[in-house]
Design a protein around this ligand. Sequence first.
Ligand code: CA
Length: 497
Amino acid sequence: MNQRTRTRVLAIAFFVCLGSACAEEPAENEPLPREHPNLVIVMPDQMRGQALGFMNEDPVVTPNLDRLASEGVVLAQAVVNYPVCSPMRAMFMTGRYPHSNGVIGNCNSVTAPFGYELRQADRTWSDVLADKGYSLGYIGKWHLDAPHEPYVESSNNTAEMAWNEWCPPERRHGFDSWYAYGTYDQHTRPMYWAADTPRDEAFYVDQWGPEHEADRAIAYIQNEGGDFRDADQPFALVVAMNPPHMPYDLVPEKYVAYYDGKTYRDLLVRPNVDVDGDSPMSELARTQTKNYFAMVTGVDEQLGRILEALEEEGLANDTIVLFTSDHGNCLGTHGQISKNNHYEESMRVPFLVRWPGRIEPRHDDLLISTPDIFPTLLDLMGFAEDIPAEVEGASYASILLTGEGERPTSQLYLWVPPGEPAGGRRGVRTRRYTLMIEKTSDRVTETTLHDNKEDPYQLRNIADESPDVVERLIEEELTPWLEKTNDPWLTESLEPI
Ligand code: CA
């Protein structure tokens, strides 16, 4: 039942009651609005913010996202500060920046000796909701545990480098319903550990990952027989799908069929792809963009099924839905293979929030970034006072609800080489500019400045011709961010060599 229908039902119920002694109660079977709403987060992996049909950037088919966008707020400037898997997921869970939550790189066997994994002691938004009595479900990719020997049996856990790891129950941060894996990319035969599955008994499913995970999400929402959650309590559910992450060809043909007849020239509309080049990245773009868009369409279809289940169960009005991704995908733009760089295709992600009757549908250019998700959601859900003091992100609940509130002037960007917390790249993204500075051995080796207003595809580095802008962004934006986040990268050697 949508909000308008609900209002009409309530109005009729009230009218019928006039002249009688009946109480002003809503019609029977009408779910009462909850003081604290449910939460459903759908978070595919590697879906760039440009791959949304309604944005009119990539020529991609996303009817369900287009509809969701018309029903909620779209934060079209949302970015991931450190656009790669584990750092994003740790910021998302803890509301803290990488140097504070300790996940300053992907979780794998190379970074395990440095302790890169979500800390059991850190208080996540799910810990807060669990303490409030919420039922909590997690489905899909987690990737927040460091692999340890003997490595679990998994095709991506070879002797050279291990990626996949089981998450033991004590490290699940309040998620009582669990159907997840560390990291594993075989989309047509995904693997999982359920809540009680032992570490050495992961199982495989012969179904496209997002479809299977939507099946599980729908079962969780329907909760037949009370098997999945406490029906009397609100719930929070994360559906962390792996596609449109590579390998791009592991996608059902029915989604590729949406792009039948399209050539790579029809699909590669961004001028920052060298469409006719002979480099491996040009080849990647030419051969895989159709599959990437097909996977986006498949994810969109599965999102649509989850939204339909919420509506059928009468839960849509009492559920906040967030759709976002852990980072974007260059897929050949700027000659880049995928993510973990400062370009728009890598940093910008979808960010759609729907809460019928509470959040008005619109677009907003708020510069939200990953650590803000935790406080913003808890604030929206009525738990502002329960946001832990150590959370470094800001709540923008007021902006989502009213359009009014204090706004940030920039977003922080990071990349950290394994085991070198003070090294790598840092930068900021403002409403107009992207600044990226790379340091090697304590010396600045590269400074890149893009004017995203004049040059939206970031084709020109104007750092040399605009030293005043570089200096201002370092002084007014980057330095305060690095101080706030206790980043050891911050030294006095910021002058280009
Ligand atoms: Ca990822």
